[in-house]
Design a protein around this ligand. Structure first.
Ligand SMILES: O=c1ccn([C@H]2C[C@H](O)[C@@H](COP(=O)(O)O)O2)c(=O)[nH]1
Ligand SMILES: [Zn+2]
Length: 161
């Protein structure tokens, strides 16, 4: 008899986004993103991190003080990294991301041809950045759906092997 109660597709792809987020060096926010094609193949994955050649130990990770001494001007957002890592046509794809995208990521999402965003945290959703994202998504016909926090990485035990 087959196993029941396996992960749904949404849980599976959001789970991959979470796994990717674990690579982030940001001490405050670890964001993961996973792009999925119409035929349910993973075509891009990413997390928030510094651009190539920018040393994790040299660049700042703080949020306070001078703008140039904070992480904000330097970190590549998870969604953008997933798009840049994909190297393929993303028309009609879905993007799973652990936090609702900021307006800069929204622009990249729209321009890449992604048509659906599935997110978990709505930390940005009601901020100006999230409002701008929604305004652009609505105009461009990109849908966005919130997933409940239901994804847990399960450690194998003898019982569930
Ligand atoms: O759409 C987004 C927005 C932000 N991020 C990344 C960028 C930073 O590393 C953190 C945000 O840090 P806070 O301390 O929560 O301000 O998240 C992203 O990947 N995608
Ligand atoms: Zn962003």
């Amino acid at each position: 008899m087959k196993r029941e109660n396996v992960l749904t597709w949404d849980e599976y792809f959001m789970g991959l986004a979470h796994l990717s987020a674990l690579r982030s060096k940001d001490p405050v926010a670890q964001i993961g993103a996973c792009i999925v094609s119409k035929d349910m193949k993973v075509v891009g994955i990413g997390y928030n991190g510094l651009p190539k050649g920018c040393d994790d130990d040299t660049f700042p990770w703080g949020k306070g003080g001078d703008y140039l001494d904070t992480k904000f001007p330097y970190v590549v957002h998870a969604e953008l990294n997933a798009i840049l890592n994909s190297g393929t046509d993303l028309s009609g794809c879905s993007l799973y991301v652990s936090r609702f995208p900021c307006n800069e990521c929204a622009k990249a999402i729209i321009q890449s041809g992604i048509k659906r965003v599935i997110y978990e945290s709505d930390k940005n959703f009601y901020k100006d950045t999230g409002l701008a994202s929604r305004k652009m998504f609505d105009a461009a016909g990109v849908t966005y759906d919130k997933l409940p926090y239901c994804v847990k990485l399960q450690v194998e035990t003898e019982d569930n092997n």
